[in-house]
Design a protein around this ligand. Sequence first.
Ligand code: NAP
Length: 255
Amino acid sequence: MELRLENKVAIVTGAGQGLGEAIAKKLAAAGARVAVNDINPDRAERVAGEIRASGGEAIAVVADVSNKFQCVGLVETTRAQWGQLDILVNNAGIEPVSSILKMDEWEWQRCIDVNLKGVFLMSQLCGRVMAEENKERGGVIVNISSIAGVEIPLMHRAAYCASKAGMVGFARECAREFAQYGIRVNTIVPGVFITPMTEKARQNPEMMAKWMREIPMERLGEPEEVANVVLFLCSEASSYMTGSTVTVDGGKVMR
Ligand code: NAP
């Protein structure tokens, strides 16, 4: 089965770089029209421009996913552009670094607001549109969680771990509630990928050596290797999958 997304409209959050950029480009290459969201305007414009330059359809929409009004703006700008909404990829995320004993309350709150509340806000807003307007077509939501918190702890990233574990719990109930509207909800749990988020850690030889010992495939993931799984979960090839949590980690966790 060919994985095509013709006549579909997608929003990808945090798509100005890293995994989100690869996901936006992958969905566009499969035929979807893509709203490239990021909190950083230059990054969103660059990615949307590159998609258009390679023959795809894309717009850049700046919004902070932790802000409800900006989320409404993101959804409504997308619908105003193309008149429909079929796919949401909740990818935007931040990873503050601090021990629990030293972490500021605001740092904890910001992480939960972006990584977890943002997923709730976008899933609610897009779910309402899909439930009301997509009676025949249904819809798809894909969340990008992490092995951190879901499978293993990650040093000095307690808020991140909590937010990513929370996403999985939220997504399962979201899948149950949204199934009646033909909306499928699945969650990807990535291992370690080569993106700006991991740049600093990748420059640490001890960290790289540790990862190479822990990852049976003995390499980090390329962003496209997450994007390929997102495309599968957005396509009809995964038509009987909802509420699933899919690990993409080169075998790091193996459970
Ligand atoms: P990244 O390189 O940091 O890119 C994330 C993008 O999202 C950045 O452009 C970021 O802007 C933007 N963003 C941050 N807060 C936002 C907000 N409130 N609203 C909209 N956009 C926002 O991260 P990545 O490595 O591609 O990771 C993407 C997702 O995968 C994240 O949810 C991350 O937790 C998850 N993940 C990544 C890995 C990995 O190894 N890379 C592993 C597991 C899970 P700023 O830079 O200005 O904040």
